[in-house]
Design a protein around this ligand. Structure first.
Ligand SMILES: *Cc1c(COP(=O)(O)O)cnc(C)c1O
Length: 372
């Protein structure tokens, strides 16, 4: 277990904030022969992935596709495609990924209006709606559904209806939410959303599912300036996947597409609501056991995510050295705290294939031994 020599097969249990344990089907699919990015078979897989993602995002949006790259590429693709230089974006910030949304938008030339809540607490959706009323010119309002840095769930459902009669689009970061906890793109009137293959969807990292609704597509079509990123232009990507005959945009990976397809297939076989229920049950199992060991739960119960638990360590323990021993001696990965919680917290992910009793029992057993 100590060697890090290339070629050694490390046996890990991935219980951090991502990547999570992929489903075996998603790993087996990686061994399929490579297809060209214009091969009709590859494009057929993409079309099936679109149908699968529509079910997981709970949407009929035609523009639903996997963007090449990790979750951050989905974030960049949405911001680059929906914003023009000088546009205003309102961003809910109560953790690391809200901060990243601000940073990416700012680099793209947008004016950022921040709506903040302290790390570890949820954003009040009424504050976001009030910010929109104060900035009715805002092109986009963005919020992170599941803040992976703190384990906090932000309420998304009330926002969409409040924006529906305005010109402000609702963009939701669903990187850790999708396939883990309830997310309803159509019913909640979400205009755009992005996720990642390696959190609750049960595939390895490398693809970012994105969906855009009719208002977002219309916004893209009405742009006065071209999207500044060629690679992440969602209009061009949509054309690439749809055009007949297909035309080259970039060399999209059939290998990762097969893998995501297999992971989503496994998820849908279980059922979207059943997968939410499993994450809920397994997350609560861990969260009910941690306080007995002296760990504290950072997120308030009403807004505590099941798939990501941010937890403070028992008094006097050094999180970094304990976390390193967990990895070195037991092969179990958990994440360290970020931002306000750096140096004093862990982030434990129970996502996708790792959302099982076995993960919880294994982790708690190892932690008990380390504390003894
Ligand atoms: C992980 C994560 C991201 C970034 O995804 P990468 O795959 O690391 O690029 C964005 N938002 C949230 C909420 C995340 O958890």
């Amino acid at each position: 277990m100590e060697s890090t020599v290339a070629g050694m097969h490390e046996d890990r249990l991935l219980l951090g904030p991502g990547p999570s344990e992929p489903y075996p089907e998603a790993m087996e699919a990686l061994a399929r022969p490579v297809l060209g990015h214009l091969d009709p078979e590859y494009l057929a897989v993409i079309r099936e992935i679109r149908e699968q993602l529509q079910q997981v995002f709970r949407t009929g949006n035609e523009l639903t596709l996997p963007v090449s790259g990790t979750g951050s590429s989905g974030m960049e693709a949405c911001l680059a495609s929906l914003l023009e230089v000088g546009d205003t974006i309102i961003v809910g910030v109560n953790g690391y990924f809200g901060e990243r949304l601000c940073e990416v938008a700012r680099r793209g030339g947008a004016e950022v209006v921040r709506v903040e809540a302290p790390w570890g607490t949820p954003i009040d959706p009424a504050d976001l709606v009030a910010a929109q009323q104060a900035n009715p010119q805002a092109a986009v309002l963005a919020v992170v559904a599941a803040e992976t840095s703190t384990g906090v769930r932000n309420d998304v459902a009330p926002i969409g209806p409040a924006l529906a009669q305005t010109d402000t689009l609702l963009l939701v970061d669903a990187v850790t939410a999708l396939g883990g906890t309830q997310l309803e793109v159509d019913a909640w009137q979400i205009d755009a959303s992005y996720s990642a293959s390696q959190k609750c969807l049960g595939a390895p990292p490398g693809l970012a599912p994105v969906t855009l609704g009719p208002r977002a597509v219309a916004r893209m079509k009405a742009r006065k300036t071209p999207v500044r990123s060629f690679y992440l232009d969602l209009g061009l990507l949509h054309e690439y996947f749809l055009a007949s005959p297909p035309t080259y945009h970039h060399t999209a990976s059939s290998t990762l597409a097969y893998s995501l397809h297999a992971g989503l297939g496994r998820l849908l076989e279980e059922g979207v609501e059943q997968v939410w229920a499993r994450h809920d049950r397994i997350g609560r199992l861990l969260q009910s056991a941690l306080p007995e060991l002296g760990f504290g739960l950072i997120a308030p119960e009403s807004h505590r995510l099941p798939q990501l638990t941010a937890t403070t360590l028992p008094n006097g323990l050094d999180e970094g050295s304990l976390r390193k021993r967990l990895l070195a001696e037991y092969g179990i990965e958990v994440g360290g705290g970020l931002g306000d919680f750096a140096g004093r917290a862990w982030r434990i992910g129970l996502m996708g294939h790792a959302a099982t009793e076995r993960s919880v029992v294994t982790l708690l057993g190892a932690v008990r031994e380390l504390l003894a």
